[in-house]
Each structure stands twice: as structure tokens, then as C-alpha cells.
Design a protein. Sequence first.
Length: 385
Amino acid sequence: MPTNSYQEKFASIRPFDAEELPAAFERLLADKQFEAVITHIFPQFTFAQFAQQLRACKTSLEVQRTFAYPFLIGLLAKASSGADMDSQAIDMQRRYTFISNHRDIVLDSAFLAKFLIDNGCDTTCEIAIGDNLLSLPWVKDLVRVNKSFIVERNLPIRQMLSSSKLLSEYMHYAINEKHENVWIAQREGRAKDSNDRTQEAVLKMMAIGGEGDVVDRLMHLHIVPLSISYEYDPCDYLKAKEMQQKRDVPNFKKSAQDDVLNMQTGIVGYKGGVHYHCAPCIDSFLATLDRTLPKGDLFAAVAQHIDKEIYRHYRIYPGNRVALYLLTGQKTERNAFSAEDEARFEKYLEGQMAKIDLENKDEDFLRTRLLEMYANPLINQRNAQ
């Protein structure tokens, strides 16, 4: 596709191209709210110094290397006990669509971008982000500077179909024409209970673009299931609180301020160990499928395969084992942990429970929901094995 046609066709959703960056930089630098955020995140710079370095960047990858990469190094030093990615199953010279479980609104894709660089890839990834998080114009500019493309939410059915087609065509273009990696979550929104499941609707969208049958179209995206494991989820207490609110309040919906609090907590909160694990690309699995199957059966088979790969490659921490024991009362050789592990996790639970501010706080309900968040990855991994 000629460059002008690409720019025009995907103009409403794609990341900014290099020639569009200077104007985007100036819009950002003129915004007082953006200035306040940057001054807070990068206290080592004056805003004038930040602006000078930003204007010197010629590509989005340069922006990421100049600002995001060192920021993430500093963040992980303070908010984790260690972080890494196992990429042995894939070839870093190729391009992939990484589809992962969804743990953090901001950091899932940010850490992946850092780990791709650490593991020898010469680029990062383009990021699928829902427009529900982009209510402020400067935020929308910022994510498109940061190699994000926009997923439109809550549209009427007819518009949703055309939006999904455009999104799918863009993903195929990004992988096969721009030679970029792509990251997308396996479902819309995070799994509050960490019982991760790939939504078949995501796969159906991905198979709208491209050429050939459903299997061909998915193969052209070179899908890699990506397991994200946190020892501690900083937002666990917020997720448990939301579960009780949804239980107690008909039609409860989070506010924009709730989303901001989740983003802030997820970014700065302590995570303990962080591990990413790339499963093998599913192209060879797709090649074994019976293409005459009904489409629904094909998508179900692919979703189940991705889920199994994600489960198999979770990193299991002592807290996962303790949580399963506290839920079930069962402690076996397969679920071994020390008394120190149990005491440490119980203390952590008490601290997270204390953060939940609800008028009619249901202690038993909330504690059970927190335990499920940590037990479910272990339960799913055992079922997958």
C-alpha cells in the first residue's frame, strides 16, 4: 500500500508517522497538564530540558529509547524484586502479534517493549489501546507518539463492524508491511479474578483482515501467546473492591477517576517478581487445524490453544501456592511452601484488605476474591498440564 494511502486509510487509529511527530510534540509541550505529569515523572529534568530532548527525537522508537526505557528501568528497580522475559521459543529477527493475559492497564505493553529491546530485538511493539482510556486530547497524542493504535469501543453494531475491519486490516499492515511487532490483550479489560480466558471475539476481529481463509489470516499475524506473571498485583484490592460494588450496586460502572487510580496504582505499586514468557508462535498449530470446521469451532480451538500456552508458562510464586491452600485447605507435595511463605502472604493480604474503603465492607467476600486472584493462575496451570 502506498504511504499516502496508508496514512489516509488508517489516519483515525494508527500511531503517528515520523513526519507527524514534530507537530504532535508541540501540541504536547503546550499542554499544562502534560507539563505537570512530565515534571513529576522526570524530576531530574527541567521541562525545557525535556522539551529539547523530545524535539531531538526523529522516530517513536527514539522517544521510547530516550524516555520510556530508562523510566522503566528506574521503575522496576523500585517496584519489583526482579523482572525478565523468556523469549527462547521465538526468533527476535521476525515480527509477531503478542497476545497476552491482561494484568496492568499501562505496563503490560510497556514492559514487553523494554524486554524486546533487552532480548535483542531491533524494535519494540505497536500497542492496541482502547479509546475509553483516551478522553483527554493530550493523552491521545501521547499514546500515538508511543506507537499505539486505537481500538474503538462502545459503538453501534454497524459502526463496530466497520471499525473492527479497519482495526484488523491495520494489524495485518503493521506486521506484514511496516514490519512491526504488535501487542494486544486476550480480552477487553483485565480479568479481575486472574482467571484468564481469550475472548473469541478478539480472534474473530483479527481474522477479518488479510487474505485467504480464517486459518491463513491468523497465520499471517504470527501469533505468540505471552504469559505475564506478577508476584503481587498492586491493583488487587481495587479489583476486589470493584467486585463487591458490582455485587451490591445494580449497573455499577467505574468512573474516569477510578481508571486513573487503577493506572497510577498499577504503575507505582510494588509487584515483587515480574516474569514474561513467550510461547512458540502458533503458526504450526494453526497448520494442523481442519479448515472445513465451522468458524465457531475453529476460533474456539485457537482460543483454547492460546489459553493453554499462557497457563503452561505462568511463573508460580509462593503466594499462589499459599492462596490455593487458604482457599481449599489442601497442602500437598505439589503445593509446597514454607511457614515463612505463609506468614508473608497473610501479612500482605491483611495490608491489601486494609486499603479497601467501602461503607458495607464484606470482609469474607473480599478476602475470598483476593485469594482467588492468586490461586487461579496455579489452578489453570495444573489443568493445562
